[in-house]
Write a protein of this length. Sequence first.
Length: 148
Amino acid sequence: MDVSKVLWPTDFSSSAEKALPYVTDLTQKYGAEIHVLYVIEDVAHHDGWYGEFEKDKVDKLMQYAEKSAKKRLDQVCEKYLDSCPLYIKHIAIGDPAKEILKLIDKEKVDLVVMASHGSKGNFRFGSVTEKVLKNSAVPVTTIPIEPK
């Protein structure tokens, strides 16, 4: 199996972080690129949550979320991925599973390494992980995390 691109989706949780040793080991073994993805939930699609959102407030909220995500990705990459040959940071807005699957296709990723569930995991597999496992065209390695 040729592994030149590995995708590590993160929600910045301690669960997602547990996949990092596997990601770095694989990339060092194969000299692969690491694609790090964080997905911002699009709050604009929550019409009627608590009334109408003003477009400028939604835009400001999304700008803040993107700025925070860039900062967190920089911190994660600097702290944990220095020993990897190449890492590429991605930020998307939307449904996490759909955005992970889109990035797999767009970047021609060979392997996805992700935690079995994210920060809200009370089950063996989280909903995002399950959707990616069921719909990915490439192998997905899940790192088991004990449910809380």
